[in-house]
Design a protein around this ligand. Structure first.
Ligand SMILES: *Cc1c(COP(=O)(O)O)cnc(C)c1O
Length: 401
């Protein structure tokens, strides 16, 4: 008998790339997700910060329905109005000039690495080395895995792509030493390291990287795939530090639930020649229409101020829980937050929380991460905190008893 027969879900035809609970999710509305048994879940994962407007938002539904009835795909060889509109709005929102659309964050970062290498071949006598941070996460293609600083990934699918050097997070002197070697074309980093457990890079460090790369004639690449599109309370996390990188990547929240990502660059750096970069689905009108709907909502007056307010409320609640239950640090910005769980096993907390109708995530064994819809209400925040409190009380009692 296969283990699948014990489950109410038959997944034998799927590659077992992750452990999934035996549930089938059927529909969603705002901050709520519902399974096929009618159970409801208050969702503070939202597809890993993807559904920035929550589940099934009317704005995206209408934009997709309208575009689907008009034009699904013309091919990247033609202009369409959704990709033209989105590119100019996105470039302006990022304070940069040129956009290349991709289908996933990894593909956008792969493009950023290619663009930096191209720029190095044209402007830096072939320099190609890129400095990245330990514990960083940039995606799951071979190049982006090689760029990532996740433990063990240098051995997985060996040989890794050469040309990446990892330094500790928030260690500006280490970056300076690498840049002084003269062969570094770019420094690539996340403003907040999401998968590492929501580790913020200090504003002074981001500004320091900007100054050092400028002096060394190297590029600064910011991976804002998790932090961008309003997640931290400003359109990009770079704005908190008043930093303008040469290259920025966006993904996750950009499509509000549909797969679209973007490589955004300053005009001076944008040096792909025709034929050097592309992809069948890139800039597809359907996904660009969805992303345009996301931008209309996120850039509307008052939206980001509300994200900041909601972030404050959630953060204060987490700090209260941390004090009451002697947990650890609360970190993050806006609605990308994490709390250290101290002695409590975060993975066990996630599983118990799901049973209690609360979806949260554990990026590390003792860290809980929360990345709710940017549209979450105060009542939903309070309910999530109450459910989390109950889960922690039960776990702590179990640990004592
Ligand atoms: C999720 C993520 C990626 C990878 O995006 P995919 O769409 O999964 O390829 C890259 N960088 C960061 C910071 C991310 O959070």
């Amino acid at each position: 008998m296969s283990s699948n027969e014990l489950l109410p879900v038959d997944d034998h035809a799927l590659m077992p790339i992750t452990r999934r609970p035996p549930l089938i999710m059927e529909r969603g509305a705002g901050s709520w997700l519902y399974d096929d048994q009618g159970r409801s879940y208050l969702d503070l994962i939202q597809g890993w910060a993807v559904n920035c407007l929550g589940h099934a938002p009317a704005a995206i539904r209408d934009a997709i329905a309208d575009q689907a009835g008009r034009l699904l795909n013309a091919s990247p060889a033609f202009h369409t109005s959704p990709h033209l509109t989105l590119a100019s709005r996105l470039a302006a929102a990022c304070g940069l000039d040129h956009v290349f659309f991709a289908n996933s964050g990894a593909e956008a970062n792969e493009g950023a690495i290619k663009l930096a290498r191209k720029w190095g071949s044209v402007h830096r006598e072939g320099a190609f080395r890129i400095v990245t941070l330990q514990h960083s996460f940039h995606g799951r293609t071979l190049a982006t895995m090689s760029a990532s600083g996740k433990a063990g990934w240098d051995q997985l699918f060996a040989p890794a792509l050469p040309g990446f050097t990892k330094v500790p997070a928030n260690d500006l002197p280490a970056i300076r030493i690498e840049l002084e070697r003269g062969d570094v074309v770019a420094v690539m980093l996340e403003p907040i390291q999401g998968e590492a457990g929501v580790i913020p890079i200090q504003a002074e460090v981001l500004r320091g990287v900007r100054a050092l790369t400028r002096d060394a004639r190297a590029l600064m690449i910011l991976d804002e795939i998790q932090t961008g599109v309003g997640r931290t309370g400003l359109f990009t996390a770079a704005e908190h530090a008043s930093v303008r990188p040469d290259i920025m990547t966006l993904g996750k929240g950009l499509g509000g639930g549909v797969p679209i990502a973007a490589l955004v660059a300053a005009r001076t750096v944008s040096c792909f020649a025709p034929g050097e970069q592309g992809g069948t689905f890139n800039g597809n009108p359907l996904v660009c229409a969805a992303a345009n709907a996301v931008l209309t909502c996120v850039l509307a007056p008052g939206f980001l101020a509300r994200v900041q307010q909601a972030g404050q409320r959630l953060r204060q609640g987490l700090e209260r829980l941390a004090r009451t239950h002697r947990l650890g640090e609360v970190r993050g910005q806006g609605l990308l937050l994490a709390v250290e769980t101290g002695a409590l096993d975060a993975v066990a907390l996630v599983e118990d929380a799901r049973g209690q109708g609360l979806l949260i995530n554990a990026p590390r064994p003792h860290v809980l991460r929360l990345m709710p819809a940017l549209t979450i209400s105060d009542d939903e925040i309070d309910l999530a905190l109450a459910r989390l409190d109950a889960v922690i009380v039960r776990a702590a009692a179990g640990a004592d008893g």
